[in-house]
Design a binder for this molecule. Structure first.
Ligand code: IFM
Length: 470
């Protein structure tokens, strides 16, 4: 990366040459056509059919109909001037039984998508697993079963063999914490299971899956870069009480370090394993070495921070700025997080692989949604990224979540994260004001920003330790 000018005196932010501007989606959230092209049911198809699981009773069978409209969608991404597009590959489309025969029609879809992107000058950034486990593998105990990690490596090999000549960066998993926690502990996500011990076993097998697939990627595509995508939610205790601090400490270890620490060779935070009563019996000799092979890029998904209390009835104070799903909006936490990740780990590079917000999207002018709130959210977070880069954190790009309004898992289609509106009646794609702003920012590799007279907005490094968190 080229050097970046000192930011404090400027009102015009410019990112380093080559900074990547793009958008992200995932297969189940946008593709639809879940019963076509030889795809088998995933855990999400089954979960959606269970009474009460999805807030609006919806499912992913149509979603944004991207499976049929991918050519137009790629044209739109190009029109928006994006450098890269992050999407996920659906395991049940490619290997319907989870193991064994490859479904040519399914793999062919991603082959064509990658070609279409490249022809449009857009860099494809595929993620191999974004939550849609083939149900056939859940029937064998899902991620609680070690064999699923091995099956994932075989699936990864099949995809990499086919696309390696056109993909420069392979991402193994998206947000394994959410997979293990929401899927196996709280039950709010598919497969809807609720046992802490299962969640802990799943977490190790997800780490192992990353490692085993990583080995395959290294041998099949030696020139490609290996990446994984983790979500980070900085934690702060609600009060200074010992119990709140302890709760925040272990939650932080479980949500924010459980995947990155082992990859960085630091192992699992042991006291937190004890706290959650995990005896580590799933960890076999050699696993931690497989998991800790070097990665080239850590994808950072960031949305919010959490205020943690040991008191389950704790309610955050009214007045905090929140998105339409109630998540606190706190951009400085992103700048701080990036500096902390860089200090803690020696990963060569970071990319913001998801950041964005569901907003009410009620104001419309001349047929277009005037989403100033989303635009501000994105801009304020980009300011933080810029500040972190200025402090030496190697952040190579920013991908907004999401390109489209889409299926927001247990929330259904209610929350709208897109910078492009989807009219679900007509499937029309209508760029919102934030999309136009983002497109211009991508074009000039930055944006004008009015408040830089206040350098504190950058969360300068020297104040990390002693800042007051408000
Ligand atoms: O929609 C999800 C995405 O699939 C994973 N990261 C968080 C997003 C918003 O909840």
């Amino acid at each position: 990366m080229t050097s970046i000018e000192s930011v404090a005196a400027h009102t015009s932010l410019r990112f380093p040459t080559g900074f990547v501007w793009g958008a992200a989606t995932s297969a189940f959230q946008i593709e639809g056509s879940t019963e076509f092209g030889g795809r088998s049911p995933s855990i999400w198809d089954v979960f959606c059919r269970q009474e009460g699981r999805i807030a609006d009773g919806s499912d992913g069978s149509e979603a944004c109909d991207h499976y049929n409209r991918y050519r137009d969608d790629v044209a739109l991404i190009k029109e928006l001037g994006m450098d890269a597009y992050r999407f996920s590959i659906s395991w049940p489309r490619v290997i319907p039984n989870g193991v064994g025969a490859i479904n040519e029609e399914g793999l062919g879809f991603y082959d064509r998508l990658v070609d279409e992107l490249l022809a449009a000058g857009i860099r494809p950034l595929p993620t191999l697993y974004h939550w849609d486990l083939p149900q056939a593998l859940e029937d064998r105990n899902g991620w609680v079963n070690r064999e699923v990690a091995e099956a994932f490596a075989d699936y990864a090999s099949a995809v990499v063999c086919r696309l390696a000549d056109r993909v420069d960066t392979w991402t193994t998993l998206n947000e394994p914490f959410v997979v293990a926690n929401h899927g196996y502990v709280t039950g709010e996500h598919a497969p809807g299971r609720t046992l802490m011990a299962d969640g802990m076993a799943a977490s190790h097998h997800l780490n192992l899956a990353h490692g085993l697939a990583g080995e395959r990627i290294r041998s099949l595509a030696p020139d490609a870069r290996l990446a994984t995508v983790l979500n980070f939610t900085p934690m702060r205790p609600a009060t200074e009480s010992e119990v709140d601090r302890l709760e925040a400490y272990h939650r932080n270890n479980l949500e924010n370090r459980w995947y990155s620490d082992p990859i960085a060779g630091l192992g699992y935070p042991e006291d937190t394993a004890d706290f959650y009563k995990w005896d580590c019996s799933e960890v076999r000799d050699g696993d931690m070495e497989v998991i800790s092979q070097p990665i080239d890029l850590l994808g950072v998904n960031f949305y919010s921070r959490s205020t943690v209390s040991a008191d389950k009835s704790y309610k955050a104070p009214i007045g905090t700025s929140r998105n339409a799903m109630g998540w606190e909006i706190h951009p400085p936490s992103l700048g701080r997080l990036l500096r902390e990740l860089h200090e803690r780990y020696s990963f060569p590079s970071f990319m913001i692989t998801e950041n964005g917000a569901p907003m009410p999207d009620t104001v419309r002018k001349a047929g277009r949604i005037e989403d100033n709130d989303r635009l501000n959210y994105i801009r304020e977070h980009l300011v933080q990224v810029h500040g972190a880069i200025a402090d030496g954190v190697p952040v190579e790009g920013y991908l907004v979540w999401s390109l489209f309004d889409n299926f927001e898992w247990a929330w259904g289609f209610g929350p709208r994260f897109g910078i492009v509106e989807i009219d679900y009646d007509t499937m029309a794609r209508i760029p919102k004001k934030s999309a136009e702003w983002f497109s211009e920012a991508a074009r000039v590799n930055g944006f004008d920003y009015g408040h830089l007279a206040d350098p504190a907005i950058y969360w300068p490094k020297k104040t990390i330790e002693d800042e007051d968190d408000d």
